[in-house]
Design a protein around this ligand. Structure first.
Ligand code: ADP
Length: 339
């Protein structure tokens, strides 16, 4: 990849990223992506979309899709997203992305999609191998490029998809040369430190795998999930390897450097059990999300406000997308006869 995955080289980046409303948002989404979204959104022009077309690849329950779509917006607002500073909206409020995806289908060799690790993993986990799932990275590329996105903060699991997107931007510009080129080639922003957050079963934490700890889980629900994180069976008194432990992987995300060092030393020394580590993790999660939980409770009482935020964000997103679509249509030779 041309870009260093953790630096912002473009001074005025257009930040874009999507999140699926296919379930409750979880710690993997937060540390892999949302935290960076919130961090960027008041410093740069930013478009974040709730990718409900993508969610249809695995969630075909209308009521659930509606509910999760609004919940993702609630979660963002509770986590500190300020709609005065950036744009948060529903993917389906910019239906032009599906048109751009079609144009991109015609530039993508099937053999490239057949190499998709994410597709193979999802099918291996038992998800239906529908054509939407297969073509997922193309719609994702359309999502990014329709806003002229230049910087894409995502989790490490998205590396391959962002590479497909970069290829498509280059290929489009080569096939349909314009001066200046129509599409910027975006760079990923991936925090190496976070890597892939493990779920309670040790696989990648994912809404599709039913192994998540929700950002807003609390009380008994949270406790039950944390206590069920899979560990090996090394006895308490034996030394343990923090780097291969799922509990420690999560502690690292929440704890201060000093605390993380202290817990790592306790693992290596022995006499420190996984149960203790889990209790420590529980306390860290509660403290970290206390403010966001309070804000979410307030926001839940204002569903109209949440819809207003999405509507306004969608209008701005669509206006920008239309500017790019005009250039794309014109470059490809697709004639528009209406205004
Ligand atoms: P999911 O796999 O839960 O459906 P999405 O596909 O909606 O997640 O991904 C939304 C964002 O969250 C992406 O940027 C993705 O890279 C990030 N993400 C998802 N799961 C993880 C994880 N386990 N670790 C790190 N980042 C993740």
């Amino acid at each position: 990849m041309a870009a260093k995955s953790h630096t912002v080289s473009n001074k005025n980046p257009v930040v874009v990223s999507g999140i699926q409303p296919s379930g409750t948002l979880h710690m993997g989404n937060y540390f892999g992506a949302i935290r960076q979204h919130i961090d960027f959104h008041d410093r740069h022009e930013a478009y974040f979309f709730i990718v409900n077309y993508h969610a249809l690849t695995t969630l075909q329950d209308a009521e659930a899709l509606r509910r999760y779509s609004v919940e993702v917006a609630l979660d963002y607002l509770a986590l500190g997203f300020d709609p005065e500073k950036a744009n948060l909206f529903l993917q389906s409020d910019v239906p032009e992305v599906t048109e751009l995806a079609w144009i991109f289908f015609t530039l993508t060799p099937v053999s490239q999609l057949e190499k998709s690790v994410a597709f193979k993993e999802k099918v291996a986990q038992g998800l239906s191998a529908n054509a939407g799932l297969f073509n997922y990275p193309i719609l994702q590329a359309a999502d990014i490029l329709i806003y002229g996105g230049t910087l894409v903060p995502v989790g490490a699991d998205q590396k391959q998809n962002i590479e497909i997107c970069r290829n498509l931007a280059q290929k489009f510009n080569d096939r349909y040369p314009q001066n200046p080129p129509v599409l910027p080639v975006p760079e990923p922003y991936i925090l190496d430190r976070v890597a892939v957050v493990p779920g309670i079963d040790g696989r990648k934490m994912s809404k599709s795998y039913d192994n998540t700890i929700g950002i807003f889980d609390e009380g008994e629900v949270l406790k039950k999930k944390v206590m069920s994180i899979v560990t090996d069976s090394t006895p308490i008194k034996e030394p343990k390897d923090p780097d291969s432990c799922n509990v420690f992987a999560l502690i690292r995300l929440f704890g201060s450097e000093e605390l993380v060092r202290r817990i790592a030393a306790a693992y290596r020394e022995g006499g420190y059990g996984y149960g203790q580590a889990k209790k420590e993790l529980l306390g860290l999660i509660d403290a970290y999300f206390a403010g966001a939980r309070d804000r979410r409770r307030d926001l839940e009482k204002r569903p109209d406000y949440v819809l207003d935020v999405l509507r306004d964000g969608g209008k701005r997103g669509r206006a920008r997308a239309r500017v790019y679509m005009e250039k794309i249509r014109s470059a490809t030779g697709l004639i528009t006869t209406h205004s």
